[in-house]
Write a protein that binds this ligand. Structure first.
Ligand SMILES: [Cu+2]
Length: 400
């Protein structure tokens, strides 16, 4: 398997890279699926299996996904391609893979029991079809969906047009998802319907999310996908974007409008584009208040404004991991987290250290780093060097 991937990856590199008629998609914290040509057909290989996934350093869980990744590696192809996807099932139960949004023969749609026999444990099925459209699509389990998708079986399926109407400089793809992973446990609980505690961009939580590195003036596309249980209003700072495509096709220019937040519902993809014209470190995050946060107990009593002098210590004698909500708010938690021992295998609710102190975020949060000059898109340029006189500053001493 490894040998095949390496060989085909080399094939992509040698045959594909020089001849690519499109800007390849960048999957922050993820990867693109290698392919090889077999008698005029682009052949891809997916193995669905269980493996350990890291959400951020110090926080791991056993999940299900494709080729050891959740989201699985992004399938990238071009309109008109004849493709074959070989799917091997290493799960303990049958599965099928649905190609969400892709126009194909009914029998290739990947719906267990309806359009095909389930792929049993240890079996490999082939899906063969020709791509008649371009756009951002997805693949995911369509057999025991609730369990399998709740465990992470999903990925992007991106089809580029034969000829790009204009040049995209940076093309990113971010899969949105939510999980329920109780602190100290090792598996997501797919039975949870509403009270999720882990909200992810490409199955990572901040501060484990890769930044999006772009150059000033770049035309940037970000593709979002969601096959989860919740909708996510994704917001960008410092810029306005337009939704240029959905999984149903391109949005005509006359129907596009500027916005700073795009809601991505379960079963949708949304492609947004903007010109990165403002240098800086700009957050890109879900705007639901609990989603750019990490795991927290939602049964915590509201202690805002309550003098708790000594109560927490007294309770901790009886319940060692007890933590009360801060009396001035929650930010004190992010400042405490560096010297406070939490439960095993989780991450502080608010985390990340910025150039001005604790950032106090988590979950669905990352940073778009726009720079006038860049050595490379693959190298984090560090924190934004603000021009003199452009940072908000203290003008009156704070009375303590
Ligand atoms: Cu959200």
């Amino acid at each position: 398997m490894t040998k095949w991937v390496l060989k085909s990856f080399l094939g992509v590199f040698l045959l594909g890279a020089a001849a690519l008629a499109y800007t390849p998609v960048t999957m922050p914290n993820g990867s693109t699926l290698a392919w090889k040509m077999v008698n005029g057909v682009k052949e891809y290989r997916l193995t669905v299996e269980e493996f350990e996934h890291e959400f951020t350093p110090g926080f791991k869980a056993k999940v299900w996904g494709y080729n050891g990744q959740t989201p699985g590696p992004t399938i990238e192809a071009v309109e008109g391609d004849h493709i074959r996807i070989l799917v091997t099932n290493k799960l303990p139960e049958a599965t099928a893979v649905h190609w969400h949004g892709v126009f194909l023969p009914n029998g290739m749609d990947g719906v267990q029991g309806l359009t095909q026999t389930g792929i049993g444990p240890g079996e490999t099925f082939a899906y063969t079809f020709t791509l008649k459209q371009h756009g951002t699509f997805m693949y995911h389990s369509h057999g025991d969906e609730m369990t399998q998708m709740g465990m992470g079986t999903m990925g992007f399926f991106i089809v580029h047009p034969k000829k790009e109407p204009y040049k995209i400089n940076r093309d990113f793809a971010i899969f949105l998802n939510e999980w329920s992973i109780a602190p100290g446990t090792a598996k997501p609980n797919p039975n949870v319907m509403t009270d999720f505690n882990t909200f992810t961009f490409n199955s990572r939580v901040f501060p484990g999310t890769d930044p999006l590195i772009v150059k000033k003036g770049d035309r940037v596309r970000i593709r979002f996908g969601n096959v989860g249980q919740e909708s996510h209003p994704i917001h960008i700072h410092g810029h306005a974007f337009r939704v240029v495509a959905t999984d149903g096709g391109d949005v005509p220019a006359s129907a596009q409008y500027p916005d700073t937040t795009v809601v991505v519902f379960p079963g949708q993809t949304r492609d947004v584009e903007f010109i990165a014209n403002a240098p800086g470190d700009w957050p890109l995050h879900c705007h639901r208040r609990h989603h750019p946060m990490n795991a927290m107990g939602h049964e915590v009593p509201n202690m805002l404004g309550v003098n708790q002098g000594g109560t927490e210590e007294k309770i901790q004698k009886l319940v060692p991991d007890y933590m009360a909500m801060g009396e001035t708010g929650m930010h004190e938690m992010s400042e405490m987290s560096d010297h406070m021992e939490g439960p095993d295998n989780t991450v502080p609710m608010m985390a990340g250290e910025g150039p001005f102190g604790a950032i106090g975020m988590g979950g669905m949060f990352t940073i778009v780093k726009v720079r006038e000059t860049l050595k490379s898109y693959n190298e984090d340029p560090g924190w934004y060097p603000h021009p003199k006189g452009t940072v908000s500053e203290l003008v009156s001493p704070v009375k303590k």
